[in-house]
Every structure is written in structure tokens, then in C-alpha cells.
Design a protein around this ligand. Sequence first.
Ligand SMILES: NC(=O)c1ccc[n+]([C@@H]2O[C@H](COP(=O)([O-])OP(=O)(O)OC[C@H]3O[C@@H](n4cnc5c(N)ncnc54)[C@H](O)[C@@H]3O)[C@@H](O)[C@H]2O)c1
Length: 433
Amino acid sequence: MELRTRIAHHSARIAVIGQGYVGLPLAVAFAQVGFPVTGVEVDLDRVETLNRGVSHIRDVESDTLKELVTAGRYRATSAMEDLAESEAIIICVPTPLRKSKEPDISFVLAAAAGVKKYLRPGQLVILESTTYPGTTEELLLQMFTEGGLRVGKDFFLAFSPERIDPGNPHFRVRDIPKIVGGVTPACSELATLLYGQIVNKAMPVSSPTVAELAKLYENTFRSVNIALANEFALMCAHLGVSVWEVIDAAATKPFGFMPFSPGPGIGGHCIPIDPLYLAWKLRMNGYEARFIALADEVNRSMPGHVVNLVVDGLNRRGKCLKGAQILVLGVAYKRGVADLRESPALDVIALLRHKGAQVRYADPFVPVLAHEGLAAERVELEAEVVRQSDAVLILTDHQEFDYQLVVQEADLVVDTRNALRHFTVPQERLIRL
Ligand SMILES: NC(=O)c1ccc[n+]([C@@H]2O[C@H](COP(=O)([O-])OP(=O)(O)OC[C@H]3O[C@@H](n4cnc5c(N)ncnc54)[C@H](O)[C@@H]3O)[C@@H](O)[C@H]2O)c1
């Protein structure tokens, strides 16, 4: 039976390489509609827990995973040779930045090398990792055709960007349209058919590069607009006006405006990183991406601004930062997740420490803070802890925090997320971004 029919019958064997925030929900989505799915993962501990039906991703319930493992529709493995049996292979490995802010596509290359080794006629390969435009055709296509296999005839290759928003209960895998850019029309057709089994809408575009660029445009759009909101916060501070009130007022316009929120900086695996992939590629082509550079500069200046706000607040209370006890609320990069990657809280804590402050943190999702050389003591958000603190600094507005308690007990609150918008707090005890 040919691949098209096996996809339509949900009997095609699917391998998803990388079982992280992107790969695991995707693998589960395919397994839930009946496909036999293998999660290929280099982290042996992760393989072991996944095979016991224990999920490390909040958006995937362990009960769901357990059912799929028991039913034989999902299993994890570290064995690349299992790719030989797969008919569709989807690559979801990390694409971080090097310290030099250049793309680190070593994970993609390692995964692609594994695919190449077991590539055989009839297979469909899809890259989902966010990457610079050209990766699919300049690197993967090049590698896969070296042995003489012909794309669009012997095997099929496409790029389809992942657009999930971890922790967002309103938009799950099925609700987010998939963009699909195949190297040939046959590649697009097969990849679109495959995704059409698990999402409400799968939309082909004319090439992998268009699909790669669409993802980068989305994330550059967010980075630039968050930077604009952040700079607006700085401008409003100079004028003594609440940026939050200004944004709320502007957002009443029913067309032509979309509200973005300022904050302590940007974090996560995507927004601080992906636009720099694009800027790097453009630089290789003799073009400086100015919006991207400026947005990056403004967003990365926010942790320093937050520390200045803490200094100002302590001054108001007749205290200095050196030796002050600061309680940070929320260290994950955004509300409702445990992800510390690129979290601006890490920079804020490092800067506070550098200036002599003592820092503890509370975060219901992050039991231990030990990340890239930075560690901090975790405490529960309790009245006594708040009373012991010279300032409470809200960096991530998790819904689980008891803000009433903070308002009642804190001597000073610095709120970078407008988490206290519904509370009345005396002016001398509250600093808002
Ligand atoms: N997290 C998000 O919200 C999000 C959203 C959209 C797109 N993306 C993109 O998706 C890609 C994956 O991101 P993520 O958040 O899932 O990363 P992640 O770190 O959560 O997961 C990646 C997984 O891949 C594994 N891995 C690394 N190299 C491997 C290899 N050679 N073979 C098998 N497994 C390997 C890692 O051990 C890890 O478990 C990135 O390009 C990212 O930019 C992420």
C-alpha cells in the first residue's frame, strides 16, 4: 500500500525525533488518532520515563500517555535504527543560539545524519525545528540526496514550522493551522495530508523557505511589538504615566491595533532567539536586519531597568539594595509554565546579586532553580516570608500566586506584569513597570 493510503488509514508508522515541548505533544496527537508512533530521543532518562507513561510536559497528561503506551500506539526509544521502519519522520530538536548569537544547528544536523543513515525509498521527512531560511533545502536536501535518492520521487521532504504555545489551554495542537512547504508539489501534498489528520487546517505554501520565513516573521513580529511595548513603558515612566492604562485605552480601538504587554524582558526558546537566526542569515547575504537588532537591544535592556525600579522603590522606603532581602515571584519565562530557558528572571536575579542583594524566589512550577550557573533558594509564598523581605518583585504573573497576601504583607512591591491591577496599594509601597 502506498504512503498516501497508509496516511489516510492512519496506519503509516511515524517517528518524531526529539521528545520535548514540541515533539511529545505532536507524537501524542498522531498516536491519539491511531497512528503507531515512535518518539526518538537522545535523553535516556526521558526515554525511560516516557515508556512508563510519565509525561514531563504540562500540556500532555500522563494518563493520556500511559493509555497510548499500553495500547502499543506510542513508545520512546533512543535507537536511531528504528527510523528504518518509519514511513514519516518528523524532526523536532532544539535550535539554540551560540554565545556569539549565531545559530547552533548542531542538533538538527545530528538528527538529519541519523535520518540519512536509514533513509529509504518511500519515506517522508519533515523538519519542524525553527531555523534560518534555507536550512531544509541547503542542508537537509543536500545531505539526503548525496546517496542518489531523488526528492519528490524516491523520498519526500518538507518544512512545517511548529507554532504551539505551551501552557495555552485555548490553542492545542489541533487548533493551530500547520503551514507546509514541500521541496516539490508531491512533498507538499503528502506532508499536508499527514498533518491534516491531526489539525483542523494544514496549508501548503510554495517552498520550504516560505514556510521557514513565515515562522520567523511571526516571531520577529512578536519580538518587535514586545520591544515597542517595553520602550513605551520606558517613555511613560519619563512622563509619569501608567503604560498599562495607555495600552488598555489604545486597545479599545476595534481595528488596526493589537495590544502587547511590556515586562521584565523576553524569554523562552523562541522570541529571543528565532529573529536572530533570520538576522544571521541576512547578514550572510550582506543585509543588516535593523528592526531585529533594535528590538533585541530594547528587550535585553529590560532586566537592568527592573533592577533600577527595585533600587528606586527601596530608596522610597529609606533602604538601599546592598544587603536587601528580595523575594522574586515567578522565575519561569511566562505564566503557567516551568520553562526557564532565556527567562529574564535569570538576568534580573544575577544583576540584583551583583549589586549586593539577597534573593529568594517562589514559583509553583519551578521546584529548583539551578540554571546555567545561577542558583537561588526557593521559598513558599507565605506571610512570614513576605514580611521578611524588603521588596517583593513580581517577574512572572502565575495565576497560582496569592496576590492578596502580597498586598497585605509586603513593605514594597515592584510589579513588572501589572499583576496587582485589581488591588489598591498605597503609592509609596508599589512600583509598577
Ligand atoms: N517550545 C516551544 O514553545 C516551541 C514552539 C514553537 C517552535 N519551537 C521550536 O521547536 C524546536 C524544538 O523545541 P522544544 O521546545 O521542543 O525543545 P526541547 O529542548 O523541549 O526538546 C528537544 C528534545 O530533543 C532531544 N534531542 C536533541 N537532539 C536530539 C537528537 N539528535 N535525536 C533525538 N533527540 C534529540 C532533546 O533531548 C530534547 O528532549 C526548536 O527549534 C524550537 O525553536 C519550540
